[in-house]
Design a protein around this ligand. Structure first.
Ligand code: XIL
Length: 324
């Protein structure tokens, strides 16, 4: 049955949050974007503004303007806010390339970064993606600047440093390609198991769920969610979008996409996952249109609202699944 309530109203009435990744420029410039965000979503994630590159124009300075704008908008509209991401191998500052640091200097830099960023948003950010994508696609630890300098211990330290500054925040490990049961999610599971064994303050796992070309099997997502929950972890869907391989979209692409969104919401409701964040608001904002060669690889309409900000079949499917 079609609903005259917004998605946010439908979701909140059953204790569920549907979220969106937010772009600071669109937020400033575009009133219809702001309206959609405020009315339809109850959870926000800055898409880029809290990443180290955008935040750290020089080694000694921070630029919090974009992040502040998004976090303040979230607070003003009574949404939850997810901080993304404290430690990642991508989108590090440009000046990093030419910085000839020692391992110890890098460790000190990271500690200061985590303390400062988590500290600034102590009262305004509810959850953090503390470490993003630390596991490589083959299941080994990804060789990043952080791993090279500190070994796997960088993951432990990042969570500990975040926890020192804000023990109330929910601290997540976040990754892609680990949504269903597979070799990579096995490796993520093992990493989380080791962290918990070592007493590291990790609260949850974020499954990005970029369903690009291949869509992870819902039943297998449910099984995967449950095994993380059995470790005592919260699980959230943190960056969902749904696309076909470029040139291979069927005639009923939008309906098929809607069905997949519905299936994933059903998995959330079955397993007790209470938050699903989509990676953008309108199709036109999607990273699939601009990131690397993704526009050649995937269809560019993966979200709940179309280019003109109108709700798509996927929007109605999510709303219906949450109403049932
Ligand atoms: C993407 C953003 O959407 C793009 O705007 C940016 O150019 C690259 O990063 N996994 C993540 C996100 O954790 O931070 C990425 O976001 C998408 C994949």
């Amino acid at each position: 049955m079609p609903s005259d309530r917004t998605l946010r109203e439908v979701a909140e009435s059953r204790g569920f949050d549907v979220g969106a990744a937010v772009d600071a420029d669109s937020l400033r410039r575009d009133a219809s974007y702001r309206t959609r965000l405020a009315e339809e979503f109850s959870a926000l994630t800055p898409e880029n503004a809290l990443k180290m590159g955008p935040l750290r124009p020089t080694p000694d300075t921070y630029d919090f303007r974009d992040a502040d704008a998004i976090v303040n908008f979230g607070r003003a509209n009574d949404t939850t806010v997810r901080g993304h991401a404290l430690v990642w191998h991508n989108q590090t500052p440009d000046w990093f390339q030419s910085w000839d640091y020692t391992d110890d200097q890098l460790r000190t830099f990271l500690r200061e970064h985590v303390h400062t960023v988590v500290g600034r948003y102590r009262r305004t950010v509810d959850a953090w993606d503390v470490v993003n994508e630390a596991v490589a696609d083959d299941g080994t630890m990804r060789e990043t600047v952080w791993y090279d300098a500190m070994g796997e211990a960088y993951v432990d330290r990042a969570f500990e440093w975040a926890n020192e500054v804000n023990p109330d925040a929910d601290l997540y490990y976040n990754d892609y390609g680990a949504d269903a049961v597979n070799g990579k999610s096995d490796a993520v599971y093992d990493l989380l198991d080791r962290l918990l064994d070592r007493g590291v303050p990790v609260d949850g796992v974020g499954l990005q769920l970029h369903a690009l070309g291949e869509w992870p099997d819902p039943a297998s997502i449910a099984e995967n969610v449950r095994r993380f929950q059995e470790l005592g972890l919260d699980v959230q869907i943190t960056e969902m979008d749904v696309a076909f391989p470029a040139g291979e979209a069927p005639d009923d692409a939008l309906e098929r996409q809607a069905e997949y969104y519905r299936d994933v919401v059903d998995v959330c409701l079955e397993t007790g996952v209470d938050t699903l964040v989509t990676w953008g608001v309108r199709d036109a904002d999607s990273w699939l249109r601009s990131f690397r060669d993704f526009s050649e690889r995937f269809t560019g309409d993966p979200l709940l609202f179309d280019d003109r900000n109108r709700p798509k079949p996927a929007y109605r499917a999510v709303s219906e699944a949450l109403s049932e």
